[in-house]
Structure formats: structure tokens, C-alpha cells
Ligand binder design. Sequence first.
Ligand code: UDP
Length: 358
Amino acid sequence: MRIVLISTPIGFLGSGRGGGVELTLNSLVSGLISLGHSVEVVAPKNSKLNESNVKAKLHFVEGEGQISWQHQNYNSPVIIPDNSLLAGMLEKGLDIAKHADVLLNMSYDWLPIWMTLNSEIPIAHIISMGSESSVISNLISKVHAEYPNNFAFHSKIQANDYPFIKKPTIIGNGFNLDNYIFQDSIKGPLAWVGRVAPEKGLEDAAYVANQLGEKLKVWGFIEDETYASKIEKLFPQGAIDWMGFLSTDELQKELGKCRGLLNTPKWNEAYGNVIVEALACGVPVVAYKRGGPSEIIQHGQTGYLADPDDKKNMLFYVEIIEKIKRQKCREWVEKNASADIFANKVVNWLNKVMHEYK
Ligand code: UDP
């Protein structure tokens, strides 16, 4: 299969601004290549693919990025800036895809989805978020009526945000497991990993660590500075140990030393890459039972699911985290979320999409 991928218009690959999509795109590319498919990627200028993805051709586009939808009002209109990066990536993608089988869009935005109705080239969409915008959800509904196969979701619970899709395609997610080393460090610190932004609920994880008289190690891109400093002021000085945004290789080395990851989504998290990355290193996860995490974590086996927004319940589970066998965490990832398993699911889905166009 010849596949052209469109990246997110929120920051270049490697910046951290694009959140989980950046890693998902990289593991999908390597999974597809290892299955023998040809892949080209259209991405913002300065983007970098993982070293292992040298076989994928990378095309750069310059322009003005989009505002992420989770930071707009649900009823906001679509804003397309002058010299739009998204429009530029779509134009380039469509041009290259004239000689390909399918254009695979990984941006959660209006324009590429609308284009599905107006293009002879099959455009398939990996929807990376729950319903964050009425205009996008309404458009998905409209396009889905005509092209029922063209949308895939990371988790069932994410897809529930789009109730007009009765039988959603669920592809989960995948990770290059060679990049994550198992560590058996049951005495380490507590970790929190993610974009530092209100929908990620860092304050609840800081509360738990603070109750235990511990520092919380925080890795990730600070997307919202005001929110970060507001949270910092809620706790004694030094309670949050800001570790910055690291590459996957550096992150997994540090994360693997931790005894547990806290995951505190305040929104319908589509998947939650950081959970699987922790598990791959042998780190159990305590998360709110909300969104993707509630489908990934096996309660009592690979971590615990606390009642949503109930910090005390989360604290209770963190105190018994050593009951989880770290080896079980790694095993779950190997059986369920490798890059190859993910790429196979995507290929099966894309075959269905292409069939519709014949
Ligand atoms: N991440 C990273 N380095 C860091 C912290 C986070 O590369 O220091 C990446 C992490 O690997 C994950 C992404 O940031 O892929 C966060 O994705 P997630 O699905 O958890 O949430 P999203 O940001 O997409 O809402």
C-alpha cells in the first residue's frame, strides 16, 4: 500500500505541542514500513521523524498553525489563518497522494474532513480526540453518512463521543517496544507525564504526592504557562519537580525508575499514550476511570482506576501500588499495543476505506 500521512498542524513533529499524535505518527510509520508498505509524511517545517523511519519520505510545509480545539469553546467557528499550514499540508498531501492509494489524515480539524466530500482520492481520518467542537462533530456526522468507513478512533469510550457512528472502527494505538526498557524499580518516585494544560489535571496528582510528603516528577511540554504557575502556587515550594520535555529515549530511561505514574484526565482522553509508555517500562499506572485510560489499565493487574476527580481515592490506590507486578505491565503492552499490532489494525481499516472507492 502507498500511504500519504498528514501530520498535526499544531507544532512540528518533535516539538511536543502536537501531544500524543507526534508519537503515534512515528510508531505508525515504523509499523507500516516493517509490514512492507510505502509511507510519505507531510508535516510542518522543522519536523523530525524517528531515526528508524529513514525509509519514509518527509515533506515540509510552512505556514500559520491552527489553535488546538480543546482550548476553544465547543461552539467556536472554524478559523483558518492567512497562509494556513493546515491548508498547505492538505494541498501538498493531495498532490502527492495522486500517485498513492490513500491519504491518511492525523489532524483533528475541519478542513481535511470536509475535503473528503470533494476529493476522488480516498481520505481516511484517525480522530485523535473526543468531541471537542460542534462544527467538527457535525461535519464528521455528515461525512460519515456518505463515507461510513473513513473514520477510526483510538478507544471505544472516545468513539462514544460520536454517537451517530453505530459501529466505530477502533484501532487502539501502538508503540515501538524496542525503545522502552523494562526496569524493576519498586522504590522510585511518583511520576506525572503530559502536556501541562488544564484538561490534564496535574493539580490532582500533585495533591496525592504532597499528601505522601513526596515530590512529584513532572515531564512534559508546558503548553499553558498561566495554568502551570497557578498549580505551582497551590503547593509548598519544590513539591513539583519540573523535569522538562524529553525525547522518548530520555523519557523512558527516567520514567522507568519511577514506582508509579499518576494520570489525571479531566476530559474524555482519547487514549493516553503516556500510560502505555509507563507500562512498557514496567511502571504501574493509577488513573481516573475516564476516557482511554479506563480501557487500557487492567484494574489490579497493571495499575488501578480511581473514581474520576476523587483525589483521595487516587491516594488510596497509590499507597498500594507495590502490589502490582511490574512484569505484568510490560507483558500487557507486548500483547496489546506494539507498533506492529497497531499498523496491522490500521492496514485492515485502510483496505476497507479503499474498497469503498472502487
Ligand atoms: N512526551 C514526550 N516527552 C515528555 C513528555 C511527554 O515525548 O517529556 C510525549 C509522550 O510520549 C506522549 C505525548 O507527549 O506521546 C502525550 O500524549 P498523550 O496521548 O498522553 O496526551 P495528549 O497530549 O495527546 O493529549
